[in-house]
Design a protein around this ligand. Structure first.
Ligand SMILES: [Zn+2]
Ligand SMILES: [Zn+2]
Length: 405
């Protein structure tokens, strides 16, 4: 339905452009010279960080515990123990803030179970408002109450509070019910893959491409949005308990390339976009690199931004981890929201390479989606069938994006 609405607006857009063009002949010369003005200069890209000095960490950025009132059988200790058992490195428990009137500090964060010797626990919550949902991610406690209290104000006021708090804000399930109805200029990231139901995310991906195409360097990330744990005893079973076998921590899993194994490094990696998303914690990780001078050494990875030189760039997509031997993986490359091509990834470490020349004028981004054989996730046994052939997706590699946008 949403798709049809969009097609309609596209058609209207074409009609609107045509009517503008027919008006052009009536424009005064002054107006014409305005319209041919060159765009403002783009700031110099930041230096590219090391591609090797860091650590890949995997986690889930959208999980509800018993502090969300509709959750069942999901105390924090159960979530953390499960995460540790499946090798999750970091976690953000994002309970609905409206269920505690914004006071997550005295509920989720104050819960004696909110501690781990193995899993990095981010501080956050699901900002649950009349205008939609967003997740906050922070390495340290912050005054969430302030964000809750301004939820119905205008974006300019909310944006000032958000900036003052120094938090990472991320839109949740952006195309569905309770979509993020605020300015995307307040965001660092976007939930492009919500829950195990990958096929339901097509409209979120469309919104992501629109935001990227308009010059917004927004990270795409995943989140299971799991609410329900496996009951400890049969009498605790609820009508939603079956979800625990299909959608739980790690469906999907968000990988970050962090400079260190710390909560702050996880948040920083999320902000700068060195991020990919995989179907589950055991599925292969998608890594996406570019070799700018084609000397065989990769110079940048997903999330990085540089100036296009006019020379052809060699791109490499690599699947790391539990790949299926003889597995037929397919890499689809998206360039500026359109399809550039499809390439097979083969070999013991399945790899695909392609070459393209980013334009020297205007912005270009490339991102990839990988499909192939499913990877079993025995701890969430019904998940693999639901995610189908989806393996993972990368964040974009950027050219000529304005770092001062
Ligand atoms: Zn939500
Ligand atoms: Zn949620």
């Amino acid at each position: 339905m949403f798709k049809n609405t969009r097609n309609l607006s596209l058609l209207l857009g074409i009609a609107w452009t045509a009517s503008l063009m027919s008006m052009t002949s009536c424009r005064s010369p002054a107006v014409l010279s305005q319209s041919t003005k060159r765009p403002a200069a783009v700031g110099a890209p930041l230096p590219i960080a090391s591609l090797t000095q860091g650590v890949w960490l995997k986690g889930d950025l959208h999980v509800h515990s018993r502090h969300s009132t509709e959750s069942t059988n999901n105390p924090i200790a159960k979530i953390i123990a499960f995460s540790k058992a499946v090798g999750i490195d970091y976690l953000c428990i994002t309970d609905h803030d409206n269920h505690v009137k914004g006071d997550v500090a005295h509920h989720t964060w104050a819960d004696p179970e909110f501690t781990s010797d193995a899993v990095l626990l981010l501080y956050g919550a699901e900002w649950t408002t009349t205008r939609g949902h967003g997740n906050v991610f922070s390495a340290k406690p912050y005054d969430h109450q302030r964000l809750y209290d301004v939820r119905d104000q205008r974006d300019v006021a909310i944006g000032a509070v958000k900036k003052d708090l120094g938090i990472h804000l991320s839109a949740n399930h952006p195309s569905g019910k309770d979509h993020f109805g605020y300015s995307y200029d307040m965001l660092e990231s976007l939930e492009v893959w919500n829950s195990v139901l990958w096929a339901n995310n097509a409209n979120a991906i469309m919104i992501w491409d629109d935001m990227l195409s308009s010059g917004r360097k927004l990270t795409g990330r995943g989140g299971s949005d799991a609410h329900h744990g496996v009951p400890d005893t049969p009498d605790k079973t609820t009508e939603n308990s079956k979800q625990a076998k299909a959608n739980y921590v790690g469906t999907p899993t968000t990988w970050v390339f962090a400079t260190a194994r710390t909560s702050q490094a996880v948040v920083d990696a999320l902000t700068n976009g060195r991020v990919s998303v995989s179907t589950n914690p055991f599925a292969p990780r998608v890594e996406f690199y570019a070799d700018l001078d084609q000397d065989g050494t990769m110079d940048m990875m997903m999330g990085d931004n540089t100036k296009a030189t006019g020379q052809a760039v060699k791109f490499r997509v690599q699947l790391t981890g539990n790949t299926v031997s003889e597995g037929a993986y397919t890499v689809s490359v998206v360039k500026n929201g359109g399809k550039l091509g499809t390439f097979p990834a083969t070999g013991p470490t399945p790899t695909a390479e392609f070459t393209d020349t980013p334009a020297t004028d205007g912005r270009t981004y490339y991102r990839v989606v990988v499909e192939g054989p499913p990877t079993a996730y025995p701890q969430v046994p019904e998940s693999a069938a639901l995610s189908g052939n989806m393996v993972g997706l990368s964040n974009p590699i950027y050219f000529n994006f304005d770092p001062n946008f």
